[in-house]
Design a protein around this ligand. Structure first.
Ligand code: C5P
Length: 225
Protein backbone atom coordinates (compact mmCIF):
# COMPACT_ATOMS: atom_id res chain seq x y z
CA UNK A 1 0.00 0.00 0.00
CA UNK A 2 1.23 3.52 -0.83
CA UNK A 3 2.16 5.71 2.13
CA UNK A 4 0.09 8.84 1.71
CA UNK A 5 -0.09 12.19 3.42
CA UNK A 6 -3.65 13.01 4.42
CA UNK A 7 -4.17 16.70 5.17
CA UNK A 8 -7.25 17.71 7.15
CA UNK A 9 -7.58 21.48 7.42
CA UNK A 10 -10.45 23.72 8.32
CA UNK A 11 -12.14 25.96 10.84
CA UNK A 12 -11.84 25.49 14.60
CA UNK A 13 -13.86 22.71 16.25
CA UNK A 14 -15.30 21.10 13.11
CA UNK A 15 -14.25 17.64 14.30
CA UNK A 16 -10.91 17.62 12.46
CA UNK A 17 -8.92 15.89 15.17
CA UNK A 18 -11.58 13.28 16.00
CA UNK A 19 -11.85 12.42 12.31
CA UNK A 20 -8.08 12.48 11.75
CA UNK A 21 -7.42 10.17 14.71
CA UNK A 22 -10.00 7.63 13.54
CA UNK A 23 -8.69 7.70 9.96
CA UNK A 24 -5.11 7.21 11.22
CA UNK A 25 -6.18 4.27 13.41
CA UNK A 26 -8.03 2.61 10.52
CA UNK A 27 -5.09 2.94 8.13
CA UNK A 28 -2.39 2.27 10.79
CA UNK A 29 -0.96 5.67 9.97
CA UNK A 30 0.69 8.16 12.31
CA UNK A 31 -1.45 11.07 13.50
CA UNK A 32 -0.16 14.60 14.04
CA UNK A 33 -2.23 17.28 15.73
CA UNK A 34 -0.48 20.44 14.55
CA UNK A 35 -2.79 22.72 16.55
CA UNK A 36 -1.43 21.14 19.74
CA UNK A 37 2.03 22.37 18.76
CA UNK A 38 0.87 26.01 18.47
CA UNK A 39 -0.96 25.55 21.76
CA UNK A 40 2.26 24.23 23.36
CA UNK A 41 4.23 27.29 22.21
CA UNK A 42 1.47 29.55 23.56
CA UNK A 43 1.55 27.79 26.94
CA UNK A 44 5.33 28.21 27.14
CA UNK A 45 5.23 31.93 26.30
CA UNK A 46 2.44 32.60 28.81
CA UNK A 47 4.08 30.62 31.62
CA UNK A 48 7.38 32.38 31.05
CA UNK A 49 5.84 35.84 30.75
CA UNK A 50 7.23 36.34 27.26
CA UNK A 51 5.20 39.05 25.49
CA UNK A 52 4.04 37.84 22.06
CA UNK A 53 5.44 40.99 20.44
CA UNK A 54 8.92 40.57 21.90
CA UNK A 55 10.25 38.79 18.83
CA UNK A 56 13.78 38.56 20.21
CA UNK A 57 12.63 36.59 23.22
CA UNK A 58 10.18 34.53 21.15
CA UNK A 59 12.96 33.55 18.72
CA UNK A 60 15.33 32.75 21.58
CA UNK A 61 12.70 30.55 23.19
CA UNK A 62 11.95 28.74 19.92
CA UNK A 63 15.62 28.11 19.24
CA UNK A 64 16.79 27.09 22.70
CA UNK A 65 14.01 26.56 25.19
CA UNK A 66 10.92 25.04 23.59
CA UNK A 67 10.96 21.35 22.87
CA UNK A 68 7.73 19.90 21.55
CA UNK A 69 7.05 16.22 21.04
CA UNK A 70 4.22 13.69 21.23
CA UNK A 71 3.99 10.44 23.11
CA UNK A 72 1.29 7.81 23.17
CA UNK A 73 -0.16 7.25 26.63
CA UNK A 74 -1.25 3.63 26.82
CA UNK A 75 -3.31 4.28 29.96
CA UNK A 76 -5.49 6.99 28.39
CA UNK A 77 -5.06 5.80 24.81
CA UNK A 78 -4.24 9.40 23.84
CA UNK A 79 -1.39 10.87 21.87
CA UNK A 80 -0.22 13.55 24.28
CA UNK A 81 1.66 16.78 23.71
CA UNK A 82 4.92 17.00 25.63
CA UNK A 83 6.49 20.37 26.31
CA UNK A 84 10.08 20.09 27.50
CA UNK A 85 9.65 16.47 28.54
CA UNK A 86 6.40 16.89 30.46
CA UNK A 87 2.90 16.04 29.26
CA UNK A 88 0.81 19.20 29.01
CA UNK A 89 -2.11 17.72 27.06
CA UNK A 90 -4.78 18.91 29.50
CA UNK A 91 -3.27 22.38 30.01
CA UNK A 92 -3.12 23.21 26.30
CA UNK A 93 -6.87 22.54 25.87
CA UNK A 94 -7.93 25.19 28.40
CA UNK A 95 -9.81 28.30 27.29
CA UNK A 96 -6.94 30.58 28.38
CA UNK A 97 -4.83 28.90 25.69
CA UNK A 98 -7.64 28.90 23.10
CA UNK A 99 -8.02 32.62 23.72
CA UNK A 100 -4.35 33.38 23.03
CA UNK A 101 -3.20 30.76 20.52
CA UNK A 102 -4.21 32.55 17.32
CA UNK A 103 -2.16 35.59 18.33
CA UNK A 104 0.87 33.34 18.72
CA UNK A 105 0.29 31.46 15.50
CA UNK A 106 0.46 34.65 13.40
CA UNK A 107 4.11 35.10 14.44
CA UNK A 108 6.21 34.25 11.38
CA UNK A 109 9.08 32.80 13.44
CA UNK A 110 6.67 30.50 15.26
CA UNK A 111 5.13 29.32 11.99
CA UNK A 112 8.51 28.65 10.37
CA UNK A 113 9.65 26.58 13.35
CA UNK A 114 6.42 24.58 13.57
CA UNK A 115 6.11 23.98 9.81
CA UNK A 116 9.73 22.75 9.65
CA UNK A 117 9.13 20.34 12.54
CA UNK A 118 5.85 19.11 10.99
CA UNK A 119 7.60 18.47 7.67
CA UNK A 120 10.31 16.48 9.47
CA UNK A 121 7.71 14.49 11.41
CA UNK A 122 5.82 13.63 8.21
CA UNK A 123 8.76 12.99 5.90
CA UNK A 124 8.20 9.21 5.88
CA UNK A 125 4.58 9.90 4.87
CA UNK A 126 1.89 7.45 6.06
CA UNK A 127 0.51 10.25 8.21
CA UNK A 128 -2.74 12.08 8.89
CA UNK A 129 -2.20 15.71 9.91
CA UNK A 130 -4.85 18.12 11.01
CA UNK A 131 -4.44 21.88 11.13
CA UNK A 132 -4.99 25.02 9.11
CA UNK A 133 -2.22 25.06 6.51
CA UNK A 134 -1.30 21.42 5.95
CA UNK A 135 -2.64 21.17 2.38
CA UNK A 136 -1.40 24.64 1.42
CA UNK A 137 1.99 24.98 3.12
CA UNK A 138 3.20 22.01 5.17
CA UNK A 139 2.44 19.30 2.59
CA UNK A 140 1.18 20.98 -0.60
CA UNK A 141 1.85 17.62 -2.28
CA UNK A 142 -0.47 15.70 0.11
CA UNK A 143 -2.35 13.03 -1.84
CA UNK A 144 -5.58 13.61 0.08
CA UNK A 145 -6.73 17.08 1.15
CA UNK A 146 -9.91 17.68 3.08
CA UNK A 147 -11.19 21.10 4.10
CA UNK A 148 -13.70 20.95 6.96
CA UNK A 149 -16.32 23.49 7.87
CA UNK A 150 -19.52 23.55 9.97
CA UNK A 151 -22.08 25.96 11.35
CA UNK A 152 -20.48 27.98 14.18
CA UNK A 153 -23.20 27.19 16.72
CA UNK A 154 -22.92 23.46 16.11
CA UNK A 155 -19.14 23.73 16.51
CA UNK A 156 -19.51 25.71 19.74
CA UNK A 157 -21.88 23.15 21.27
CA UNK A 158 -19.43 20.35 20.53
CA UNK A 159 -16.57 22.34 22.05
CA UNK A 160 -18.70 23.18 25.09
CA UNK A 161 -19.37 19.48 25.69
CA UNK A 162 -15.68 18.61 25.35
CA UNK A 163 -14.69 21.29 27.87
CA UNK A 164 -17.48 20.28 30.28
CA UNK A 165 -16.27 16.67 30.17
CA UNK A 166 -12.94 18.00 31.46
CA UNK A 167 -14.62 20.08 34.18
CA UNK A 168 -14.36 23.49 32.45
CA UNK A 169 -17.76 25.16 32.13
CA UNK A 170 -17.87 27.95 29.56
CA UNK A 171 -20.92 29.76 28.16
CA UNK A 172 -21.93 29.13 24.56
CA UNK A 173 -21.55 32.85 23.81
CA UNK A 174 -17.93 32.87 25.00
CA UNK A 175 -17.12 29.82 22.90
CA UNK A 176 -18.79 31.26 19.80
CA UNK A 177 -16.82 34.47 20.28
CA UNK A 178 -13.57 32.52 20.64
CA UNK A 179 -14.25 30.42 17.52
CA UNK A 180 -15.17 33.48 15.43
CA UNK A 181 -12.12 35.39 16.61
CA UNK A 182 -9.76 32.50 15.95
CA UNK A 183 -11.23 31.80 12.51
CA UNK A 184 -10.86 35.48 11.63
CA UNK A 185 -7.24 35.79 12.80
CA UNK A 186 -6.32 32.42 11.27
CA UNK A 187 -7.86 33.30 7.88
CA UNK A 188 -6.47 36.83 7.61
CA UNK A 189 -2.85 36.40 8.72
CA UNK A 190 -0.22 36.91 6.03
CA UNK A 191 1.90 33.81 6.72
CA UNK A 192 0.17 30.55 5.68
CA UNK A 193 -3.40 31.67 6.39
CA UNK A 194 -6.26 29.23 6.82
CA UNK A 195 -7.71 28.73 3.37
CA UNK A 196 -8.97 25.89 1.27
CA UNK A 197 -6.31 24.58 -1.11
CA UNK A 198 -7.51 24.60 -4.72
CA UNK A 199 -7.40 20.80 -4.77
CA UNK A 200 -8.97 20.22 -1.32
CA UNK A 201 -12.34 18.50 -1.01
CA UNK A 202 -14.90 20.39 1.07
CA UNK A 203 -16.56 18.56 3.97
CA UNK A 204 -19.36 20.31 5.86
CA UNK A 205 -19.87 18.49 9.17
CA UNK A 206 -22.92 20.47 10.40
CA UNK A 207 -25.40 17.65 9.87
CA UNK A 208 -23.28 14.51 9.76
CA UNK A 209 -21.96 12.07 12.36
CA UNK A 210 -18.33 11.32 13.15
CA UNK A 211 -18.68 7.94 11.43
CA UNK A 212 -19.90 9.65 8.26
CA UNK A 213 -16.98 12.11 8.41
CA UNK A 214 -14.49 9.28 8.77
CA UNK A 215 -16.09 7.31 5.93
CA UNK A 216 -15.97 10.39 3.71
CA UNK A 217 -12.23 10.77 4.26
CA UNK A 218 -11.61 7.03 3.82
CA UNK A 219 -13.50 7.12 0.50
CA UNK A 220 -11.16 9.87 -0.66
CA UNK A 221 -8.18 7.84 0.50
CA UNK A 222 -9.37 4.80 -1.50
CA UNK A 223 -9.56 6.92 -4.64
CA UNK A 224 -5.99 8.14 -4.05
CA UNK A 225 -4.48 4.70 -3.48
O1 C5P B 1 -6.57 22.80 15.97
P1 C5P B 1 -6.65 23.71 17.16
O2 C5P B 1 -7.99 24.35 17.34
O3 C5P B 1 -6.16 23.07 18.42
O4 C5P B 1 -5.62 24.86 16.81
C1 C5P B 1 -5.39 25.92 17.68
C2 C5P B 1 -4.87 27.13 16.92
O5 C5P B 1 -3.56 26.86 16.41
C3 C5P B 1 -5.67 27.58 15.72
O6 C5P B 1 -6.76 28.43 16.04
C4 C5P B 1 -4.62 28.32 14.89
O7 C5P B 1 -4.44 29.63 15.37
C5 C5P B 1 -3.34 27.54 15.20
N1 C5P B 1 -2.99 26.61 14.14
C6 C5P B 1 -2.32 27.08 13.03
N2 C5P B 1 -1.89 26.22 12.07
C7 C5P B 1 -2.10 24.90 12.19
C8 C5P B 1 -2.81 24.39 13.30
C9 C5P B 1 -3.26 25.28 14.25
O8 C5P B 1 -2.13 28.29 12.91
N3 C5P B 1 -1.61 24.07 11.26
Amino acid sequence: MKNLVIAIDGYSSCGKSTTAKAVAATLHYAYLDTGAMYRGVTLYLLENNIPFDDLGQVEQALRHDINISFKHNSRTGRNELYLNGKTREDDIRQMRISNAVSEVSVIVQVRHAMVAQQQRMGRKRGVVMDGRDIGTTVFPDAEVKIFMTADVEVRARRRQEELAAKGEHVSLEDIIENLRKRDHIDSTRTESPLRRAADAVLLDTTHITITEQVDFVLDNVSSAL
